[in-house]
Design a protein around this ligand. Structure first.
Ligand SMILES: Nc1ncnc2c1ncn2[C@@H]1O[C@H](COP(=O)(O)OP(=O)(O)OP(=O)(O)O)[C@@H](O)[C@H]1O
Ligand SMILES: [Mg+2]
Length: 311
């Protein structure tokens, strides 16, 4: 009888020990689980949320400290450092590209000056001599006067063509007449193009004028070469705070990539170049295009404080 009671007591003792073990294990499991959630999963989720912008091509900052295990915080610091470096590299590249644009403009000016001062002056002299020779041939009733006349006409046409090239390279009309007239002259050379000015014309910074003029050249070139458009229109819009240039066509349109850099990767730099130049001046490029329904490009630069004060 005593033995049976003893045996039952052992069993009871063993049972309650098992019970305690189970409770302790359960407690350990719950505490461990909570620790994993609080110290690993939640901080990782924070980090993943902060990093999600990278997928959209953004450069998010990882500057908020994340509580959690040290490795996650270390990962955040590394990502933050990496983003800082990428941003700095992008800023350096942008400065470099802006400097490149500026030196390109200087180079264009130099080439335009050379064509004007050397080539055109020489051709003017040639045309003058041809005219004299033709006159002399006619007076002496010699054959070949017509050929000399034709040669002179061709030289005059070549001079005209070179003057147009100079106008593209160095839009001197911009300096002489201002943006609106220079754009009108540019549009006059394109038969499909109609041009209009909206709002009260005011002076803007020369760099802004040049950027809008270059944007117009690129947009018109694109509309003529890629769009198969029947009609192209350009509008210069002056408002109280900004100047915009809009170029629309009724052509085939195109799929605008999420990032214009995608065009650059494929060797197309025109639109990206416009955007960078305009952004450098505090403005923006907007592009709307629908396949088979045409394209609308709009660049806007803010009026400078000086222009606003004078308005
Ligand atoms: N108005 C438009 N209509 C239809 N497609 C266009 C138009 N403008 C641009 N595109 C498309 O967008 C692409 C990129 O244009 P972007 O001006 O950047 O480069 P590009 O004209 O091809 O070359 P470039 O570097 O000489 O300018 C073009 O190749 C063309 O496919
Ligand atoms: Mg182009």
């Amino acid at each position: 009888m005593n033995e049976a009671i003893n045996h039952a007591g052992h069993l009871l003792h063993f049972d309650s020990a098992l019970h305690w073990c189970f409770l302790i294990a359960l407690f350990g499991f719950v505490v461990g689980g909570a620790w994993v959630v609080v110290r690993i999963l939640i901080p990782l989720r924070h980090l993943a949320r902060q990093a999600s912008g990278i997928m959209q091509g953004e450069l998010p900052r990882f500057d908020r400290r994340i509580s959690g295990i040290g490795e996650i915080e270390q990962m955040r610091r590394s990502l933050n450092h990496m983003m800082g470096q990428v941003q700095a590299a992008q800023a350096r590249e942008l400065t470099y590209r802006n400097a490149l644009t500026e030196s390109q403009e200087n180079e264009r000016r130099r080439v335009a000056r050379d064509i004007h001062d050397d080539t055109i002056q020489s051709l003017v002299l040639v045309s003058h001599h041809l005219e004299l020779a033709a006159r002399a041939a006619k007076a002496a009733n010699q054959p070949g006067a017509d050929h000399l006349d034709n040669a002179r006409t061709q030289v005059v046409q070549t001079i005209e063509g070179l003057r147009q090239i100079i106008g593209d390279l160095r839009p001197s009309m911009l300096e002489e007449l201002g943006l609106a007239d220079a754009l009108e002259a540019l549009c006059d050379r394109h038969p499909k193009l109609c041009f209009a000015v909206q709002g009260a014309v005011c002076d803007i910074a020369p760099a802004q004028e040049l950027a809008l003029f270059r944007a117009a050249q690129e947009a018109i070139y694109n509309a003529e070469h890629h769009a198969q458009a029947r009609q192209i229109s350009a509008r210069l819009i002056y408002t109280d705070s900004a100047v915009s240039l809009e170029v629309c066509d009724d052509g085939i349109g195109f799929a605008i990539p999420h990032h214009l850099q995608e065009f650059a990767v494929r060797g197309h730099y025109g639109l990206l170049g416009i955007r960078e130049r305009i952004q450098h001046l505090g403005g923006q490029l907007q592009l709307f295009s629908t396949p088979a329904a045409g394209t609308r490009l709009m660049v806007t630069v803010p009026l400078s404080q000086k222009a606003l004060a004078a308005a």
